[in-house]
Design a binder for this molecule. Structure first.
Ligand code: G3P
Ligand code: MG
Length: 242
């Protein structure tokens, strides 16, 4: 079964930290999903929320702090004292890790209202170029069709996946315009006819974020290729799930 570690191995280490990525690598995951956005000084960083409160011991908005201000805070203490030295990682450090271990990354371009899609894409592209990671190791995904369209222009060789909670009626027009590789949808809203249609048109089909294999037992049969999960071990036959 193909699984992707959602925000790293986020059930065993604080989400979107190097510790979570290293755990995923050690477990044997081939794919890691992460969320990227920009600091005030336009450094791409790996964090999900628009604000610091849930996953760090800081307060405020990611986009209003410089990278050096942001990394003064712990991004692991909230999860467990053992991770107190984790900080919000740069995309650059994350790409270096992926390059070193030849792990594939699903880079979710995370945009909140008012964010500049073009700027985020340009800054992400610059870091990818600087690190020199193989383009085949990367996949861009986003709920923002605009961001994916920018990436189609800026880094056309890197695959693109569209994120949808619910697959819309004009899905194929959007996918064709983006020359998309994959569809990433909420497993709770996907049905068999939609899955069949996606597979018939040749798209890879991924579901987020099922943490219990029984919730997606049917989905594999429908043709879903990969589950994006916080709990990769639950899908592994050699380990007991929780
Ligand atoms: O990429 C799948 C999933 O991460 C999308 O939702 O909110 O967890 O980033 P979210
Ligand atoms: Mg995400």
């Amino acid at each position: 079964m193909q699984v992707m570690a959602h925000r790293g191995y986020s059930s065993q280490a604080p989400e979107n930290t190097l510790a979570a990525f290293k755990r995923a690598i050690a477990f044997g995951c081939q794919w890691i999903e992460l969320d990227v956005q920009l600091t005030a000084d336009h450094i791409p960083v790996v964090i999900h929320d628009q604000t610091l409160e849930r996953c760090t011991n800081g307060v405020g908005q990611i986009g209003e702090l410089t990278f050096s201000e942001l990394t003064q805070y712990s991004a692991g203490h909230w999860f467990d004292q053992a991770f107190r030295d984790e900080t919000v990682p740069s995309l650059e450090a994350t790409l270096q890790l992926a390059k070193q271990h030849q792990i594939n990354l699903n880079i979710e371009l995370k945009l909140y209202p008012g964010d500049d899609e073009t700027l985020l894409c340009q800054r992400v592209a610059a870091v990818i170029d600087a690190v020199g990671i193989a383009q085949e190791q990367l996949l861009f995904s986003s709920f923002s069709v605009t961001a994916l369209a920018v990436m189609q222009r800026v880094m056309p060789a890197i695959r693109r996946g569209v994120l949808w909670e619910t697959i819309p009626s004009d899905a194929f027009e959007i996918l064709e315009a983006l020359d998309a590789f994959s569809v990433h949808c909420d497993y709770r809203h996907l049905d068999e006819p939609q899955a069949t249609a996606m597979k018939q048109r040749g798209y890879a089909l991924y579901c987020y974020t099922p943490n219990h294999p029984l919730d997606v037992a049917e989905h594999w049969r429908w043709g879903v290729d990969m589950m994006i999960t916080d709990k990769p071990h639950c899908y592994s036959p050699q380990l007991t799930g929780d």
